[in-house]
Structure formats: C-alpha cells, structure tokens
Ligand binder design. Structure first.
Ligand SMILES: C[C@H](N[C@H](C(=O)O)[C@@H]1CCCN1C(=O)[C@@H](N)CC(=O)O)C(=O)N1CCC[C@H]1C(=O)O
Ligand SMILES: [Zn+2]
Length: 623
C-alpha cells in the first residue's frame, strides 16, 4: 500500500505556533490600520478617488488574510492543547470574502462601495429644487410632521431615490457574497453570519424570545394604533389591521418614540420625559452631548475617550458640500490608538441615545485593545450592540435626566411611571419585530428561499406579519424597500440588535444589583457605581477570547439569553396596557392589505404645516 507522502509535516510545536501568532498580530495591526483609514476617508468624503483607494486597501487586507490562513494551515492547530491558541488559529482561518479570487473580490468591494454611496448621497428634491438628504431633512419630517400627505411624500420619495436604485447591484452582491461563504465551507452568507454566535440553534432561540415578547408588542401596537386612528381617521387604516408604515415617527417604523409627546403620552398632566426641547433650550451642541455621554461611562470607573478620539472624530455633518455617510458609526482602527465616531448629530433625545450607543462600541474597543487582533470583537455581535444601550437605560430615567439638568421636575407616582415606561416601550418594544425580521429576510435571500423577483414581496410579507406595519401605497418589484434601510446596502447583519434588546436588560438587571439599587428595575440608575463599572469592564475586556456564554455568566451569573429581565422591567406597563385593551381585538392579519392605492410622487412636496409663530422653527401641529 503506497503511503500518502505529505511533502510537509504539520507543525505540532505550540511554542512555534505562538511565535507565528505574535508576528502575524503585529503585521495585521498595520495592514488593518491602513485599510480602515482608507475606509474612514471614503466614508467622510464619498468621492470616486476615495472609493478606489478604499477598495485597493481592502484587496491588500484580503491578500494578507489569505496568506495568514495559508500559513496557519501548516500547523496542526486543531490538536493544540492550549485552548486560547486553538481559538486564535480558528479565527485566523475563517477569512470571509478574502477567500475569493481577486477579480471576484474586487467586484464585491466595488459593489459594496457603490451601495454605500447610493444610500448616503441620495437626495429627495421637489420641483423648486429644495433637496433633502435622509439626514437631517427626511428624518426630521418623519419625526415631526403630522400631515398624512407630507409623511407619504417623504416616505415614498426616500424609497424612490435610495432602495429603488439598488436592486440589480444587490442581486449581484448576493451571488458573490455566497460564493465566498461556500469557499469557506458555509452553505451561504447567512449561515456564515450565524456561525459567529457559536450556537447550532440561534434561529430557534431568537424565535423563542420573540414569542415570549409578542404579547407585550401586540398590546403596545393596539394602543398606538388606536391613538393614530384618532389622529388620522379610521379610513386611513387597512381592514387587515396593520398600521401604515409612514405614520410611526421613523423612516422604517423601527422606533416610535417621536410620537410620544403629542400623540401617545398617557397622562398629559404629568411631566413629559422627552428632553429634546430641553436640549435645544439649553443650547446643547454635539460636543456637549458627547461629553455628557463620556461622563456617564467614567462615573462608573470605565475608560475615558483618548485625545485622538476628540481630535479625529466627525460628530457633525460637514457643511462644505462633501457627501459623507451620515449614518452614525463607531470605528476601531485596530492600532490600539485610534478610535472614532462618525455621526451627523442632531440635537434631539434620539441622537443623545445614539451617542451613548456609539460610545458603548468605543468603550468595548478600549477595553479589549491589548488583546490579539482576532479577539478584538464582541463576545458575540449582540454584546457589542448592548453596551451603550445599557448606559442609556440608566441615563433615560427621569431621576437621572433631572440630575443632569434636562428635566425640571420628577413626579414619583404611578401615572408618571406609566408615562416613562410607555416612552421606553416605544423604543425598546416597538423595535423587537423589526430587529427580528431584517435578517429573516436576508437569510432567506442568501439561502435562495427568496429569489430576486420576490425581494419586495417577501420584505412586506415579513413587515405585515411580524411588525403589523403595512405599506401606505402599492409596492411592486420595481421597488427595493430593503435598500432603503442602511444595513442592507451597508451590509451589516441585523439580528445582533434584536439580541441586544433582550440581553441589555439582563446586563442592566445584573449591574443594578452590583450597584445595590433596590427599587423596581425601571427606576434603576447605576450612575457613579464603580462596582457596576468593574463588573461590566471585566466582561468587556474579554473581547471574543471566550465563548459568549462565559462572558454572559461573568456579568449575570447565567449562561443564556433570557427575556425575563425585559419583562420584569416593563411589568407595570404590561398590566396597564392589558387594561387599556380589554375586550379589543389586538391581532392583525398575517397578510398585507391588497387594496392599496397607487401613488405617484407629486413634484411639489405637500404644503408645509403651520409653523410656530414664535419662529423657533418647531412645527406646531394643527390640533
Ligand atoms: C446608529 C447605529 N449605527 C451602527 C451601530 O452603531 O451599530 C453602525 C452602522 C452599522 C454598524 N455600526 C457600527 O458602528 C459598527 N462599527 C459597530 C461595531 O460593530 O463595532 C445603528 O445602526 N443602530 C443603532 C440602533 C439600531 C441600529 C439602527 O439604527 O437601525
Ligand atoms: Zn451599534
């Protein structure tokens, strides 16, 4: 029997493996830094030149990753004793799109670059050539307008100038992305993305969590729908029971907080908890919002922002005519020095929360910056999304807002608690079906269940079924509504945000305990608690060096995702909403309405509503 002659024995010496790992780690810091810097330059100045430089740098990065993976395969690393060494080799061997042949990788990176630019530079102009980007123009209209037709114009118009233009590019993107996934042994890109959770039942786990939280969502949806019917009239609502997508204060109906002050606050005679007005009255700037956020983190003994952060971040939309990616994001340059946020900050409560969200990412980067590069990730992607939001759960309490001077008075009674919990539910509970369905759509596209001719149909089937939100007018396969949401052209997975919504309440519960907060969970504010900060920091500094269950246990003592904490937080509201909805049908049809009107975009945007005679520029709504 001829023995298979291996021309080179696999290296089994673990010391040699550590030497290899350390050398690669130093080199990779330089390669990644150059690539991320080129990407930053493109994101903050969307020119052809910068796009080309960014694609070229990504090709260099991919060639480097391919070489590292090839060298790593010369080691018998699956047989290594040292668990950490084995984990490093496993991550270094899983190189995603870098495994593509150069011509296919180039095509993929060019398409990604084009999709990003299409989304970020899209403008909706009306015939007297006033043009609105998404940020801030169309976002403000969806947040502030209460004029059905104006909302429809902005909602429909945004989809015309963004998603509609991406359909063919996206179809091509899916094919090349799947080629890469298959080259790495995954069935498709969806399976590759899900592999980051080290679970064989991620889909089932998410479905279970969703089912647990569905009753709360249905009750919130019923309450909000009733209030919107009062405002816009029954005839504007489909007989199938959904809420038209453009009436919820947000371009994607993913967060309904903008409806709170004038339409949804349950007890008007109690103080509001939306501090947007206070922020404006107190002349808050983006800088001030960032300093307030940083101060919360340092009050827990967590790491302050380094000099480079303040010197090189972009926290306001440039006014020099540059096209930039305004969608807020946090950046780790992987050189242990440069960490930035890019955000076109608007002075609103919603952007104060986003500022904390982005700072949460920076805090995670700072905490794990001395780990091997392959471990500079969240324990799982949902953890990375949760950090900032955990801070916001404390910051947004009326008690804390009063403490930092954004609320005049706090009334401590049941009605005020319901006011507060409802405003929180409009962000946290309203988001759940949206966070859940985005990747249901994308996974079905990647695994071929949803073909290009069904892209839009599948999108709205999911929106109507899970979110109870329907298109206000007819949609066709000439539209591509998924492309109107950043994360699709931006190619950022989304289930992480659903997971974060659940786990952030588990973290909040554990940190409140550490901070010796004894009252109800929704009143807890961990401000100034070093014990809470230490408990969180000890988990963050692990990065992705341990399975996420280990990280979860470090903070909460449990090793699973669990909806118990979020339900405990909202319990008083659940009881109150159930009473409000007693005897009413809170369901909707799974299917979308079929009798929708066809809409053509008027060239003149509908008449602006009456503006505030005092000229503060805030729109006052016809009563
Ligand atoms: C506003 C926020 N922007 C993202 C985020 O911060 O997650 C940006 C864009 C995509 C990834 N990203 C990053 O910054 C990553 N580099 C962070 C990291 O992975 O290290 C966002 O998209 N959000 C916040 C709430 C729900 C969702 C939305 O707005 O729908
Ligand atoms: Zn995030």
């Amino acid at each position: 029997v001829a023995f298979a002659s291996t021309d080179c024995q696999l290296i089994t010496d673990e010391n040699e493996a550590w030497a290899f790992v350390n050398r690669v780690n130093d080199e990779s810091q330089e390669v990644y830094f150059k690539s991320i810097q080129a990407s930053w330059n493109y994101n903050t100045n969307l020119t052809d030149h910068n796009s080309q430089l960014s694609v070229e740098a990504k090709l260099v990065e991919a060639a480097f990753e391919k070489e590292v993976a090839a060298n790593a395969s010369r080691f018998n690393w699956t047989a290594f004793q040292n668990e950490t060494l084995k984990r490093i080799f496993k991550k270094a061997s899983d190189i995603g799109s870098a495994s593509l042949p150069e011509d296919r990788l180039t095509k993929l990176k060019v398409i990604e670059s084009e999709l990003e630019r299409l989304y970020s530079s899209a403008q909706l102009c009306d015939d007297d050539s006033t043009c609105n980007n998404l940020d801030p123009g169309l976002t403000r209209i969806l947040a502030e307008s209460r004029d059905y037709d104006k909302l429809l114009w902005a909602w429909f118009g945004w989809r015309n100038v963004s998603g509609r233009k991406m359909r063919n590019l996206y179809k091509e993107f899916v094919n090349i992305s799947n080629e890469a996934a298959r080259a790495n042994g995954y069935a498709d890109t969806g399976e590759y993305w899900r592999s980051w959770y080290d679970m064989d039942n991620l889909r089932e786990e998410c479905q279970k969590l969703y089912e647990q939280l569905k009753p709360l969502y249905l009750n919130l949806h019923a309450y909000v729908k009733r209030k919107l019917i009062d405002k816009y009239g029954e005839d504007k609502f489909p007989s199938t029971g959904q809420i038209p997508a453009h009436l919820l204060g947000n371009m994607w109906a993913q967060s309904w907080g903008n409806l709170y002050s004038d339409l949804l606050q349950p007890f008007k005679n109690k103080p509001s908890v939306d501090v947007t007005e206070a922020l404006k009255e107190q002349n808050y700037t983006a800088q001030k919002m960032f300093e307030v956020s940083e101060e919360f983190f340092t009050s827990l003994g967590l790491i302050p922002m380094p000099e480079e952060f303040w010197n090189h971040s972009m926290i306001v939309k440039p006014d020099d005519g540059r096209d930039v990616v305004c969608h807020a994001s946090a950046w780790d340059f992987l050189n242990q020095k440069d960490f930035r946020i890019k955000q076109c900050t608007d002075i609103t409560m919603s952007d104060l929360i986003t500022t904390h969200h982005e700072m949460g990412h920076i805090q995670y980067y700072l905490q794990y910056k001395n780990l091997p590069v392959v471990f500079r990730r969240g324990a799982n992607p949902g953890f990375h999304e949760a950090v900032g939001d955990v801070m916001s759960l404390s910051v947004s309490t009326p008690k804390h807002l009063k403490e930092i001077g954004l609320l005049e008075e706090v009334v401590d009674d049941e009605e005020s608690d319901i006011n507060f919990l409802l405003s929180q539910a409009l962000k946290k509970i309203a988001f759940l079906p949206f966070g859940y369905l985005i990747d249901q759509w994308r996974w079905s596209v990647f695994n071929g269940e949803t073909s290009p001719e069904d892209y839009n149909k599948k999108w709205w089937d999911l929106r109507c079924k899970y979110q109870g939100v329907s298109p206000p007018v007819q949609r066709t396969e000439d539209d591509f509504d998924p492309g109107a949401k950043y994360h699709i052209p931006g190619n950022t997975p989304y289930i992480r945000y659903f997971i974060s919504e659940v786990t952030q309440f588990q973290f909040h519960q554990a940190l409140c305990e550490a901070a010796n907060q004894t009252g109800p969970l929704y009143k807890c504010d961990i401000y100034n608690s070093n014990d809470a900060g230490t408990k969180l920091g000890d988990m963050l500094s692990l990065g992705s060096s341990k399975p996420w269950a280990v990280a979860m246990e470090k903070v909460t003592g449990n090793t699973t995702m669990d909806a118990g904490a979020i339900i405990e937080y909202f319990q008083p509201l659940i009881t109150w909403l159930e009473k409000q909805n007693e005897g009413m049908d809170i369901q909707w049809d799974e299917a979308c309405p079929t009798d929708l009107p066809v809409y053509t975009l008027p060239t003149q945007s509908p008449e602006p509503e009456t503006t505030d005679p005092t000229g503060t520029g805030n729109v006052v709504f016809p009563n």
